[in-house]
Design a protein around this ligand. Structure first.
Ligand SMILES: Nc1ncnc2c1ncn2[C@@H]1O[C@H](COP(=O)(O)OP(=O)(O)OP(=O)(O)O)[C@@H](O)[C@H]1O
Length: 462
């Protein structure tokens, strides 16, 4: 006969540490808290509570302030030290200013005045549990984001990136609006994050929005929010991203894609700091630092009448130009290694790519910059069973596409001429460094010298 399936044991919604010297309350909590769906450890005094905190983690500390020996505030101070993530709820007979100040200091979530009704306690603990759940979800989301987008670490030491790093360091601690320019996928958002992370607002939110990704009618409500009923479909009020970013930074990516009507509204907000939710006639003042980015030629757009000149002057007070990846060839392999680590942890850093794969990666022109490199590396990480990654693991036709396009667009050439084009390109990319060019081309330094000498001879002869 088959055994009836055992139901998996339901995990309690929270593990609570209850500390109070009143015996009848201890008994009550021992029976009532599990009935509310929580597990509980009951302690009769402060010292026992601290010992329990040292032994195991808890979600919530429910603590009486007036206990003999170690008082509630001391227990809370110790809890913050041992378990910084714990939520604290105070129980007190008569709240005083001192306890209120201590509560703020130790980030106490809320308090219950004794004698309290069980229903009030259940309501409060329900809110604490929700808060724990939200925090857990936030951590999970941050983890997913980290896997998808990587951390904010800027990899690469190429000379072309030195001025970018210097500019970030200079502008970050100021309140200046920053315009990050550069081709698509070259790391503009990463630069914006670096500015925010090194600024005085680093512990406040950085909110990013892609101005090109939303239809015109949605972007205003996304940026400034709306009231209930402001337009068809606005079933509930919504806070805009400027309000979410209050105290922090807003990153307006692809600012060049912002429709003209929105440009005027954005300019007003940048000048006054006042925003108005759609459908509202009240304004709200926000304190937000603005960083914009674009791959478009804003000056040309101004000439063509598609971008407001006054807005351009407002946002380009300080510019950072991120160089394309093809101008920092020496960063390609360190970047590829860094990007590969998003997917694979095995293999030694210096044995992840074969010399041929390295040559192909370095020779590619990377029109999609680091984002394109990230995609190529993700593809290779999936295909490669064991390291090193070889050319066969790179996407099909990778590297050849660019050459084919150049060949299509060029005059007819001999093979020797074609070889020289490749050599000249490699030398250009490596600032004339022949050893680096030879490595990229997959030939020895001697062969490279021979080929250059032969080409010179031919030129002089004819
Ligand atoms: N120097 C770098 N070091 C590490 N990772 C980088 C670097 N530059 C770019 N990346 C990574 O490449 C990807 C693209 O970068 P990012 O989104 O910052 O580019 P972007 O210029 O803002 O792109 P778009 O033009 O599409 O908005 C991201 O995953 C980012 O983490």
């Amino acid at each position: 006969m088959s055994q009836p399936k055992q139901q998996p044991k339901k995990r309690p919604a929270m593990h609570i540490l209850f500390a109070d010297d009143e015996k009848n309350l201890q008994e009550l909590m021992r029976s009532e808290l599990p009935r509310m769906g929580y597990s509980v450890t009951v302690c009769p005094d402060g010292l026992t509570a601290v010992a329990a905190l040292e032994k195991e983690p808890f979600d919530c500390l429910l603590v009486d302030l007036n206990m003999p020996g170690l008082g509630g505030i001391e227990v809370i101070a110790k809890a913050r030290e041992l378990r910084p993530e714990i939520e604290v709820v105070i129980m007190t007979g008569k709240p005083t200013t001192e306890t209120a100040i201590a509560a703020v200091h130790y980030q106490v979530y809320d308090y219950l005045t004794k004698p309290c009704r069980l229903a009030d306690m259940a309501g409060l603990l329900g809110r604490v549990a929700e808060r724990r759940q939200t925090k857990r979800q936030l951590t999970a989301l941050q983890h997913r984001l980290l896997r998808a987008e990587g951390d904010s670490k800027m990899v690469g030491n190429a000379k072309a990136m030195h001025s970018v790093r210097t500019l970030i360091a200079k502008v970050a601690p100021t309140e200046s609006t920053v315009l990050v320019r550069g081709e698509t996928g070259c790391g503009k958002e990463l630069v914006a994050r670096a500015v925010h992370d090194s600024s005085l607002r680093a512990d406040q939110p950085l909110v990013a929005i892609n101005c090109g990704a939303l239809p015109e009618n949605l972007i205003e409500s996304e940026l400034f929010g709306h009231c209930k009923g402001a337009f068809t479909g606005a079933d509930a009020a919504r806070v805009g991203l400027f309000e979410v970013a209050d105290g922090g930074t807003i990153f307006l990516d692809e600012i060049g894609e912002l429709p003209l009507s929105m440009q005027a509204k954005l300019l007003r907000v940048l000048e006054t700091g006042d925003i108005r939710r759609l459908g509202d006639n009240q304004t709200v003042h926000v304190n937000v630092r603005v960083i914009c980015a674009t791959h478009r030629d804003l000056e040309k757009m101004v000439e063509e009448g598609t971008f407001r000149e006054d807005l351009m002057f407002r946002i380009n007070a300080f510019e950072i130009e991120v160089p394309p990846l093809r101008d920092r060839v020496e960063d390609i392999i360190p970047l590829a290694t860094h990007l590969l680590r998003r997917h694979r942890t095995d293999g030694k850093d210096d044995q992840l790519f074969s010399p041929e794969a390295i040559a192909e990666l370095k020779a590619h022109q990377w029109p999609g910059n680091v984002r394109e490199l990230a995609n190529v590396i993700e593809h290779a990480a999936i295909l490669c069973d064991s390291f090193p990654i070889d050319t066969g693991n790179l996407p099909r036709h990778f590297g050849k596409r660019q050459l084919r396009k150049e060949l299509r667009d060029s005059e007819p050439m001999s093979l020797r001429q074609l070889e020289m084009v490749a050599i000249e390109r490699a030398l250009e990319r490596h600032d004339g460094n022949k050893a680096a060019a030879a490595e990229e081309l997959g030939v020895s330094l001697k062969t490279l010298y021979n080929k250059i000498a032969a080409a010179e001879e031919k030129k002089q002869a004819g």
